[in-house]
Design a protein around this ligand. Structure first.
Ligand code: NAP
Length: 246
Protein backbone atom coordinates (compact mmCIF):
# COMPACT_ATOMS: atom_id res chain seq x y z
CA UNK A 1 0.00 0.00 0.00
CA UNK A 2 1.23 3.50 -0.84
CA UNK A 3 2.33 5.80 1.94
CA UNK A 4 0.31 9.00 2.16
CA UNK A 5 1.73 12.52 2.32
CA UNK A 6 -0.30 15.68 2.86
CA UNK A 7 1.46 18.88 1.83
CA UNK A 8 0.40 22.51 1.94
CA UNK A 9 1.58 24.91 -0.76
CA UNK A 10 2.59 22.13 -3.13
CA UNK A 11 1.76 23.96 -6.35
CA UNK A 12 4.92 26.06 -6.64
CA UNK A 13 8.60 26.24 -5.76
CA UNK A 14 9.88 23.99 -2.98
CA UNK A 15 6.46 22.43 -2.43
CA UNK A 16 6.10 21.49 -6.09
CA UNK A 17 9.50 19.76 -6.03
CA UNK A 18 8.44 17.87 -2.90
CA UNK A 19 5.20 16.73 -4.57
CA UNK A 20 7.15 15.54 -7.61
CA UNK A 21 9.79 13.65 -5.61
CA UNK A 22 7.27 12.00 -3.27
CA UNK A 23 5.13 10.86 -6.21
CA UNK A 24 8.25 9.46 -7.89
CA UNK A 25 8.91 7.58 -4.65
CA UNK A 26 5.49 5.98 -4.70
CA UNK A 27 3.70 8.19 -2.17
CA UNK A 28 0.06 9.14 -2.62
CA UNK A 29 0.30 12.94 -2.28
CA UNK A 30 -2.50 15.36 -1.37
CA UNK A 31 -1.60 18.94 -2.24
CA UNK A 32 -3.55 21.65 -0.38
CA UNK A 33 -2.98 24.99 -2.10
CA UNK A 34 -4.82 28.11 -3.24
CA UNK A 35 -4.66 26.96 -6.86
CA UNK A 36 -3.38 23.85 -8.64
CA UNK A 37 -0.02 23.64 -10.33
CA UNK A 38 -0.23 23.49 -14.11
CA UNK A 39 2.12 20.53 -13.80
CA UNK A 40 0.10 18.90 -11.00
CA UNK A 41 -1.63 16.40 -13.21
CA UNK A 42 1.72 15.19 -14.56
CA UNK A 43 2.83 14.45 -11.04
CA UNK A 44 -0.25 12.34 -10.33
CA UNK A 45 -0.94 14.08 -7.05
CA UNK A 46 -4.38 14.77 -5.60
CA UNK A 47 -5.18 18.48 -5.47
CA UNK A 48 -7.46 20.03 -2.86
CA UNK A 49 -8.26 23.75 -3.12
CA UNK A 50 -7.40 25.19 0.29
CA UNK A 51 -6.49 28.43 1.99
CA UNK A 52 -4.41 27.44 5.03
CA UNK A 53 -5.58 30.54 6.91
CA UNK A 54 -9.07 29.03 6.97
CA UNK A 55 -8.71 26.63 9.89
CA UNK A 56 -12.14 25.02 9.40
CA UNK A 57 -11.33 24.35 5.74
CA UNK A 58 -7.92 22.81 6.53
CA UNK A 59 -9.48 20.66 9.24
CA UNK A 60 -12.29 19.42 7.00
CA UNK A 61 -10.06 18.57 4.05
CA UNK A 62 -7.52 16.69 6.17
CA UNK A 63 -10.21 14.93 8.22
CA UNK A 64 -11.87 13.77 4.98
CA UNK A 65 -8.53 12.43 3.68
CA UNK A 66 -7.94 10.65 7.01
CA UNK A 67 -11.33 8.90 6.75
CA UNK A 68 -10.05 7.05 3.67
CA UNK A 69 -6.28 6.92 4.23
CA UNK A 70 -3.66 6.61 6.93
CA UNK A 71 -1.68 9.84 6.83
CA UNK A 72 2.02 9.03 7.18
CA UNK A 73 3.58 12.41 6.43
CA UNK A 74 2.58 16.06 6.74
CA UNK A 75 4.70 18.71 5.06
CA UNK A 76 3.52 22.13 6.23
CA UNK A 77 5.13 24.22 3.54
CA UNK A 78 2.77 27.04 2.48
CA UNK A 79 4.29 30.38 3.31
CA UNK A 80 4.77 33.95 2.19
CA UNK A 81 7.70 36.34 2.46
CA UNK A 82 7.34 39.87 3.77
CA UNK A 83 10.15 42.37 3.73
CA UNK A 84 10.06 45.19 6.33
CA UNK A 85 11.50 46.22 9.67
CA UNK A 86 9.25 46.42 12.74
CA UNK A 87 8.31 50.09 12.18
CA UNK A 88 7.19 49.42 8.64
CA UNK A 89 5.16 46.35 9.57
CA UNK A 90 1.52 47.18 10.19
CA UNK A 91 -0.65 45.06 12.43
CA UNK A 92 -2.43 43.83 9.29
CA UNK A 93 0.93 42.82 7.73
CA UNK A 94 1.91 40.95 10.89
CA UNK A 95 -1.45 39.17 11.03
CA UNK A 96 -1.20 38.16 7.37
CA UNK A 97 2.28 36.66 7.71
CA UNK A 98 1.38 34.92 10.96
CA UNK A 99 -1.95 33.59 9.69
CA UNK A 100 -0.36 31.92 6.68
CA UNK A 101 3.07 30.93 7.97
CA UNK A 102 2.22 29.94 11.54
CA UNK A 103 -1.52 29.43 12.00
CA UNK A 104 -1.64 27.47 8.72
CA UNK A 105 0.90 25.04 10.19
CA UNK A 106 -0.98 24.92 13.49
CA UNK A 107 -4.20 24.01 11.67
CA UNK A 108 -2.61 21.30 9.51
CA UNK A 109 -0.74 19.69 12.40
CA UNK A 110 -3.82 19.62 14.62
CA UNK A 111 -5.79 18.03 11.81
CA UNK A 112 -3.31 15.20 11.05
CA UNK A 113 -2.57 14.26 14.66
CA UNK A 114 -5.69 12.14 15.30
CA UNK A 115 -4.85 9.93 12.28
CA UNK A 116 -1.16 9.70 13.19
CA UNK A 117 -1.93 8.95 16.85
CA UNK A 118 -4.41 6.24 15.89
CA UNK A 119 -1.74 4.52 13.81
CA UNK A 120 1.10 5.21 16.23
CA UNK A 121 3.20 6.59 13.41
CA UNK A 122 3.87 9.85 11.62
CA UNK A 123 6.39 12.36 10.40
CA UNK A 124 5.68 16.10 10.43
CA UNK A 125 7.91 18.50 8.52
CA UNK A 126 7.63 22.25 8.95
CA UNK A 127 9.16 24.43 6.25
CA UNK A 128 10.95 27.00 8.39
CA UNK A 129 14.01 28.90 7.13
CA UNK A 130 17.60 29.78 7.97
CA UNK A 131 15.79 32.71 9.59
CA UNK A 132 14.69 30.35 12.34
CA UNK A 133 18.35 30.44 13.40
CA UNK A 134 19.62 33.85 12.37
CA UNK A 135 18.18 37.29 11.66
CA UNK A 136 18.21 39.08 8.30
CA UNK A 137 17.64 42.78 7.67
CA UNK A 138 14.10 44.01 7.04
CA UNK A 139 12.57 40.71 7.94
CA UNK A 140 10.77 41.31 11.23
CA UNK A 141 7.52 39.42 10.62
CA UNK A 142 8.96 36.66 8.41
CA UNK A 143 11.83 36.00 10.83
CA UNK A 144 9.37 35.86 13.73
CA UNK A 145 7.11 33.42 11.89
CA UNK A 146 9.98 31.08 11.00
CA UNK A 147 11.29 31.08 14.58
CA UNK A 148 7.77 30.15 15.66
CA UNK A 149 7.77 27.16 13.29
CA UNK A 150 11.03 25.92 14.80
CA UNK A 151 9.38 26.15 18.20
CA UNK A 152 6.34 24.21 16.96
CA UNK A 153 8.63 21.43 15.64
CA UNK A 154 10.25 21.11 19.07
CA UNK A 155 7.08 21.20 21.20
CA UNK A 156 5.26 18.81 18.84
CA UNK A 157 8.25 16.43 18.89
CA UNK A 158 8.16 16.31 22.69
CA UNK A 159 4.40 16.07 23.09
CA UNK A 160 3.93 13.28 20.51
CA UNK A 161 7.12 11.20 20.79
CA UNK A 162 5.16 8.64 22.81
CA UNK A 163 2.93 8.14 19.75
CA UNK A 164 5.98 7.52 17.52
CA UNK A 165 5.26 10.81 15.76
CA UNK A 166 8.33 12.80 14.75
CA UNK A 167 8.38 16.54 14.04
CA UNK A 168 11.26 18.42 12.45
CA UNK A 169 11.83 21.86 10.97
CA UNK A 170 13.57 22.21 7.61
CA UNK A 171 15.59 25.42 7.43
CA UNK A 172 16.48 26.33 3.85
CA UNK A 173 18.76 29.21 3.00
CA UNK A 174 18.12 31.13 -0.21
CA UNK A 175 16.41 28.81 -2.68
CA UNK A 176 15.64 29.84 -6.25
CA UNK A 177 11.83 29.72 -6.39
CA UNK A 178 9.02 32.09 -7.48
CA UNK A 179 8.95 33.41 -3.88
CA UNK A 180 12.66 34.27 -4.12
CA UNK A 181 12.21 36.02 -7.48
CA UNK A 182 9.24 37.98 -6.14
CA UNK A 183 11.29 39.15 -3.13
CA UNK A 184 14.16 40.26 -5.42
CA UNK A 185 11.72 41.96 -7.83
CA UNK A 186 10.14 43.90 -4.93
CA UNK A 187 13.56 44.96 -3.70
CA UNK A 188 14.66 46.11 -7.18
CA UNK A 189 11.41 48.02 -7.65
CA UNK A 190 11.93 49.85 -4.35
CA UNK A 191 15.64 50.53 -4.72
CA UNK A 192 16.08 50.77 -8.49
CA UNK A 193 18.79 48.08 -8.32
CA UNK A 194 19.55 45.84 -11.29
CA UNK A 195 18.05 42.35 -10.88
CA UNK A 196 20.92 40.43 -12.50
CA UNK A 197 23.40 42.18 -10.23
CA UNK A 198 21.32 41.57 -7.11
CA UNK A 199 20.95 37.91 -8.08
CA UNK A 200 24.74 37.58 -8.48
CA UNK A 201 25.32 39.35 -5.16
CA UNK A 202 22.93 36.90 -3.48
CA UNK A 203 24.90 33.96 -4.93
CA UNK A 204 28.19 35.50 -3.80
CA UNK A 205 26.88 35.72 -0.22
CA UNK A 206 26.65 31.93 -0.05
CA UNK A 207 29.81 30.00 0.90
CA UNK A 208 29.03 27.57 -1.95
CA UNK A 209 28.68 30.63 -4.26
CA UNK A 210 25.26 29.69 -5.59
CA UNK A 211 21.63 29.59 -4.54
CA UNK A 212 19.93 26.39 -3.52
CA UNK A 213 17.48 24.58 -5.78
CA UNK A 214 14.03 23.38 -4.70
CA UNK A 215 14.88 19.81 -5.71
CA UNK A 216 17.70 19.81 -3.14
CA UNK A 217 15.28 20.74 -0.34
CA UNK A 218 12.86 18.06 -1.53
CA UNK A 219 15.57 15.37 -1.16
CA UNK A 220 16.10 16.40 2.48
CA UNK A 221 12.36 16.33 3.17
CA UNK A 222 12.03 12.86 1.60
CA UNK A 223 14.85 11.58 3.83
CA UNK A 224 13.38 13.14 6.99
CA UNK A 225 9.95 11.69 6.20
CA UNK A 226 11.37 8.20 5.77
CA UNK A 227 12.23 5.50 8.29
CA UNK A 228 15.90 6.19 7.55
CA UNK A 229 15.43 9.25 9.78
CA UNK A 230 13.49 7.45 12.50
CA UNK A 231 15.77 8.71 15.32
CA UNK A 232 15.54 12.35 14.16
CA UNK A 233 12.93 14.45 15.90
CA UNK A 234 12.65 17.94 17.35
CA UNK A 235 15.52 19.07 15.12
CA UNK A 236 16.20 22.07 12.92
CA UNK A 237 17.69 20.78 9.67
CA UNK A 238 19.67 23.45 7.87
CA UNK A 239 20.10 23.33 4.09
CA UNK A 240 21.75 26.62 3.17
CA UNK A 241 25.02 26.16 1.30
CA UNK A 242 26.89 27.07 4.49
CA UNK A 243 25.25 30.47 5.00
CA UNK A 244 24.52 30.13 8.72
CA UNK A 245 27.97 28.63 9.40
CA UNK A 246 29.58 32.02 8.79
P1 NAP B 1 6.37 29.76 -3.47
O1 NAP B 1 7.05 29.36 -4.74
O2 NAP B 1 5.71 31.09 -3.39
O3 NAP B 1 5.35 28.62 -3.07
C1 NAP B 1 4.50 28.78 -1.96
C2 NAP B 1 3.18 28.07 -2.23
O4 NAP B 1 2.32 28.28 -1.11
C3 NAP B 1 2.47 28.67 -3.48
O5 NAP B 1 1.90 27.65 -4.25
C4 NAP B 1 1.41 29.54 -2.83
O6 NAP B 1 0.26 29.74 -3.65
C5 NAP B 1 1.05 28.71 -1.60
N1 NAP B 1 0.31 29.49 -0.63
C6 NAP B 1 0.50 30.80 -0.27
N2 NAP B 1 -0.43 31.19 0.58
C7 NAP B 1 -1.25 30.12 0.77
C8 NAP B 1 -2.43 29.92 1.55
N3 NAP B 1 -2.95 30.89 2.29
N4 NAP B 1 -3.02 28.69 1.52
C9 NAP B 1 -2.51 27.71 0.77
N5 NAP B 1 -1.40 27.84 0.01
C10 NAP B 1 -0.79 29.04 0.01
O7 NAP B 1 7.42 29.73 -2.26
P2 NAP B 1 8.71 28.80 -1.93
O8 NAP B 1 9.92 29.63 -2.10
O9 NAP B 1 8.60 27.48 -2.61
O10 NAP B 1 8.50 28.66 -0.37
C11 NAP B 1 7.89 27.51 0.22
C12 NAP B 1 8.18 27.56 1.71
O11 NAP B 1 9.61 27.55 1.92
C13 NAP B 1 7.66 28.83 2.41
O12 NAP B 1 7.17 28.49 3.68
C14 NAP B 1 8.91 29.68 2.52
O13 NAP B 1 8.84 30.60 3.59
C15 NAP B 1 9.97 28.62 2.76
N6 NAP B 1 11.33 29.07 2.44
C16 NAP B 1 11.65 29.51 1.19
C17 NAP B 1 12.95 29.94 0.94
C18 NAP B 1 13.37 30.45 -0.42
O14 NAP B 1 14.47 31.02 -0.51
N7 NAP B 1 12.61 30.27 -1.46
C19 NAP B 1 13.90 29.90 1.95
C20 NAP B 1 13.54 29.45 3.21
C21 NAP B 1 12.24 29.02 3.43
P3 NAP B 1 0.21 31.07 -4.60
O15 NAP B 1 1.40 30.97 -5.51
O16 NAP B 1 -1.10 30.94 -5.28
O17 NAP B 1 0.29 32.25 -3.65
Amino acid sequence: MKKVCVITGGSSGIGLSIVKLFVENDYLVFNLDLSPSLLGADFKSEYRQCDVTNIDQVTKIITDIAKQHTIDVLVSNAGIHFSANIENTSEADLDKVFNINVKGAYAAIKAVLPSMKAHNNGSILLMASDQALIAKHNSFAYNLSKSALASIAKTTALDYASFNIRANAVCPGTIETPLYHQAIDNYCQRSGANKAEVHQEEANLQPLQRLGQPEEVAELVLFLASDKAKFITGSLQVIDGGYTAQ
